[in-house]
Design a protein around this ligand. Structure first.
Ligand code: SF4
Ligand code: SF4
Length: 95
C-alpha cells in the first residue's frame, strides 16, 4: 500500500549530506595577521566572515568545494584542504 508521508515526516528523514570530517579547515590564528583577506570576497558561498575584532569566522558546511579560497590563500597557509570522504572533491589543475 502506498503511504504518503507528511511534509514533517519527510523532512525528519532527510539527511543533509555534510561530512562529519571537514574537508577544509582554516587556522584562524593565521587569518589574524592576513593582510589580503582574499577569501572574503572570493568565496561564492560567503563562508568567510570578518569579525569586528580582526578575526575570521569560517563555516565549512555550505562549502561548494570550489577550491577558490585554497588557491588564493596558499601562501598564507591558513587553509588545509583534505579530499572529502568518497573522493568527490575538487581536482586542482595546473596552469
Ligand atoms: S583564509 Fe587565508 S586569505 Fe582568508 S583571511 Fe585567512 S589567511 Fe587570509
Ligand atoms: S572551497 Fe569555495 S565555497 Fe568552499 S569555502 Fe572555499 S571559496 Fe568558499
Amino acid at each position: 500500500m502506498h503511504h504518503e508521508m507528511s511534509f514533517a515526516d519527510r523532512m525528519s528523514t532527510v539527511e543533509f549530506d555534510v561530512g562529519d570530517r571537514p574537508h577544509i579547515t582554516v587556522d584562524t590564528e593565521v587569518c589574524r595577521s592576513c593582510t589580503t583577506r582574499a577569501c572574503v570576497p572570493a568565496c561564492p558561498a560567503k563562508l568567510f566572515v570578518p569579525t569586528d575584532d580582526g578575526g575570521i569566522l569560517f563555516n565549512y558546511e555550505q562549502c561548494f568545494e570550489c577550491g577558490t579560497c585554497y588557491q588564493l590563500c596558499n601562501s598564507a597557509g591558513a587553509i588545509t584542504w583534505t579530499y572529502p570522504d568518497g573522493g568527490h572533491g575538487v581536482v586542482f589543475r595546473k596552469g
